[in-house]
Design a protein around this ligand. Structure first.
Ligand code: SAH
Length: 372
């Protein structure tokens, strides 16, 4: 028995639940560890920055949010510069991206004037920080913990490192086909063990000929949100920008990981006290979005995307004064864009209405990218 499991109130609750109702799917475990209304990881803390467990692109440099601001203005103009539309951010962290985005977009006052801003956030701690960060923003910003409460209508949706925080189910190939990996108990210890029965229709989405022992992941929550975004865009126009880390093509493998104080840790050791993430399956997200009627662009590497939007020129301007600040700008540019840093592993996927011209940062639409 690890001490962390014994000491954590959420660990105790999870063990009680397993004793009462049987093993949890990995997705149920992740949902509790991250989002339990009292003890969930995101519910109880600000996980970001050097004092936290991980750092994200908007926290590395203001340039990240600024480039996304320029992207939003460009998309808004390509939509015919509507006088009223929504800007919606999913999982906005500390609100840094939104603040940088709005400052950069301030160069086009009509864009700012048209905005109705919505922040979709489940964490009371983080929405409190977002409110502080955006206190000076006019018109007012709305907060909700669920995308469903954001009114319909033309909108641009932004999600940076949001999808990687959504629960995944895992399956393992056995002699008798796919079996779900469940979180169960061995004495007082949480363990991963395979469910004895076949999981049903869900595994139709995984390759049937996977080698023995292979692990496949599916994130019904992620696909549900991609479907909802695509449906909204198809119906009312707009766009979505999804930035996260993961492969461009669906593959096999266990990508669920736990991070605590910038180091990897056992995913079962600290429920509620470590960040849990999974790689985002961009191909599946894009397929779900196309099935719901949207056009998808990319994914392209974060480095190529930011360079296409002019991040190098922005960095040069910010670094013009020289000195230590300039060194920090150069280091941030490298971290955000270099292939061995965040430039390739992190990818950018856009959703638009079918037939909409390619937004900035994406190659022209080919017919194969349009929905059938
Ligand atoms: N986008 C921010 C934060 C990334 S961390 C950045 O790049 O810095 C993940 C964010 O998603 C946090 O704000 C977390 O509280 C939020 N979150 C996680 N699960 C969520 C859910 N189901 N609905 C809404 N927000 C969620």
């Amino acid at each position: 028995m690890t001490t962390a499991q014994a000491d954590s109130p959420l660990g105790r609750l999870i063990r009680e639940q397993i004793r009462a109702d049987g093993p949890l799917s990995l997705a149920q475990y992740m949902a509790l560890a991250l989002g339990h209304p009292k003890h969930g990881y995101y519910i109880t803390r600000d996980p970001l920055g050097s004092a936290g467990d991980f750092t994200t692109a908007p926290e590395i440099s203001q340039m990240f949010g600024e480039m996304i601001g320029l992207w939003c203005v460009d998309v808004w103009q390509s939509l015919g510069a509507p006088g009223a539309f929504r800007l919606v951010e999913l999982g906005p962290g500390r609100g840094t991206l939104m603040a940088d985005l709005l400052r950069a977009a301030g160069v086009v006052p009509a864009f700012r004037a048209a905005l109705d801003i919505w922040m979709v956030e489940t964490s009371p701690v983080l929405s409190g920080l977002q409110q502080k960060t955006l206190a000076a923003i006019k018109p007012p910003v709305h907060w909700t913990d669920h995308l469903a409460s954001v009114p319909d209508g033309p909108a641009i949706f932004i999600a940076n490192e949001f999808f990687d925080a959504l629960p995944v189910r895992q399956f393992q190939m056995t002699q008798t086909g796919w079996r779900e990996r469940m979180v169960g108990l061995e004495g007082e210890r949480l363990i991963l063990a395979l469910a004895p029965d076949a999981p049903g229709a869900i595994v139709a989405d995984l390759p049937r000929n996977a080698p023995l022992g292979a692990v496949g992941e599916l994130s019904p929550d992620s696909l549900g949100i991609a479907t909802e975004l695509a449906g909204r865009i198809a119906a009312a126009n707009g766009a979505a920008l999804i930035i996260d880390y993961g492969p461009a093509e669906s593959g096999l493998g266990d990508s669920v990981q736990a991070m605590k104080a910038h180091a990897f840790t056992d995913i079962l050791a600290n429920p509620g006290a470590a960040d849990l993430t999974a790689h985002v399956d961009f191909a599946r997200l894009a397929r779900a979005a196309r099935s719901a009627g949207a056009q998808t662009l990319g994914p392209v590497g974060q480095g190529d995307f930011l360079h296409a939007l002019g991040i190098a020129a922005r960095a040069a301007r910010l670094a013009a004064k020289g000195g230590r600040a300039a060194d920090a700008v150069t280091a941030a540019l490298h971290r955000l864009t270099a292939p061995d840093q965040m430039g390739t592993l992190f990818k950018v996927l856009a959703l638009t209405q079918a037939g909409h011209p390619s937004p900035a940062g994406f190659a022209p639409v080919t017919s194969s990218r349009r929905p059938p």
